[in-house]
Design a protein around this ligand. Structure first.
Ligand code: SP5
Ligand code: ZN
Length: 351
């Protein structure tokens, strides 16, 4: 398996995130990727590669899933933040005001002359700090995703975009959940554009992939499936229920399998089998797996109880689909175990 790892990931390094009225230390830290890389090297698994590609070409791939206004906002966000107040250079940007989804809540970007308004317009939480290096790290992450998709298009059985910040919470025009550009969605679209008529996305992060679902919700050519903590009690709360099945032409092409907090592997595995059957029935020719390791029993912000060896079993089960596969690294905050668990999953899938 090719592993395309982001050399710039540590440029994105948040200090604190807002949680229930307090600022707490960020969970999404550079060590997460470092531990995966170290575990890969230690176990001799995967062919490590740095990402490459023309910027104009990568920008085109990003623009296939994200809105132009959002991309421009993100690319300039840090400079705009500092322009508001030079002292802002010393602190991460976090939104604190959002438009309501009502008739009167939404103005176009051009009317949002204050950066604080644009920051709210393009986000959905105050837990995803944006800093000087966010765009460079995130853009290189998207390059990893495009490279992974192209490796698979060129005949690789599987490739992994090992990058952070993660991607599955980022939508067409919003960031949140530590995510800015949706690496899995960018990879899925690149597979579509490379000739795969039907692509499935199977999201196994603890949290619902609200960004990915939103991006493909009205489309039948990308079947989005997510196994996650029940949004009735779990982040990101507002999306991820079982009755969200797609809209318009996309009706029937979104499958949510929410599971209660506390779910153990034997139950999680039954939901995985259901997901795999649905994907087999859809009959795609390529698969994208946004994988989080925050389903692990010791994860500090999540509530499933998977064990390290379960990730090997998951990898084996995914391989059973027999599809060319792109993996994208998502959540997982029990930092040291993330390395072992990620490599268990990839190794279980096989070279
Ligand atoms: C990619 C991904 O896994 N994003 C998850 C974003 C979750 N953000 C909300 C986290 C709430 C943190 N709770 C801290 C509890 C500390 N005791
Ligand atoms: Zn997660």
């Amino acid at each position: 398996m090719k592993i395309i790892h982001n050399p710039l990931h540590a440029l994105h390094q948040g200090r604190e995130e807002m949680f229930r009225g307090r600022m707490v230390a960020c969970h999404e830290v550079p060590a997460r990727q470092d531990f995966v890389l170290a575990a890969l090297q230690q176990r001799g698994f995967g062919r490590l590669e740095a990402p490459h590609g023309q910027e104009i070409d990568i920008d085109a791939a990003i623009a296939r899933v994200h809105d132009q206004g959002y991309i421009q906002f993100l690319a300039k966000a840090w400079d705009d933040w500092v322009a508001m107040d030079p002292a802002n250079a010393q602190r991460d940007a976090l939104p604190s005001v959002w438009p309501l989804p009502s008739r009167h809540g939404f103005r176009t970007d051009g009317a949002l002359l204050n950066f604080a308004a644009r920051l709210g317009r393009y986000s959905f939480d105050a837990g995803s700090p944006l800093m000087q290096g966010t765009w460079a790290a995130t853009h290189m992450g998207a390059t990893c995703a495009v490279n992974a998709a192209r490796a698979v298009l060129a005949g690789e059985r599987a490739a992994c975009a090992l990058t952070r910040p993660p991607g599955h919470h980022a939508g067409p025009d919003f960031f949140g959940g530590y995510c800015f550009l949706n690496n899995g969605a960018i990879a899925a679209q690149a597979l579509r554009d490379g000739g795969h008529a039907k692509v499935a996305v199977l999201d196994i992060d603890y949290h619902h992939g609200n960004g990915t679902q939103t991006i493909f919700y009205d489309r039948p050519d990308v079947f989005t499936v997510s196994l996650h903590g029940d949004p009735a009690t779990e982040y990101p709360f507002f999306l991820g229920h079982a009755d969200e099945t797609g809209t318009g032409l996309g009706q029937g092409y979104n499958l949510n399998l929410p599971l209660p907090r506390g779910t153990a592997f034997n139950t999680w595995r039954l939901a995985l089998d259901q997901a795999l059957s649905a994907i087999t029935h859809y009959a795609p020719t390529a698969l994208v797996v946004p994988f989080g390791l925050d389903t692990f029993k010791d994860d500090p912000i999540s509530g499933f109880t998977l064990d390290s060896e379960d990730y090997t079993t998951i990898g084996q089960a995914l391989a059973g689909l027999g599809l060319p596969t792109v993996f994208t690294f998502e959540g997982g905050y029990a930092v040291e175990a993330v390395g072992t668990n990620a490599v268990n999953l990839l190794e279980g899938f096989g070279a």
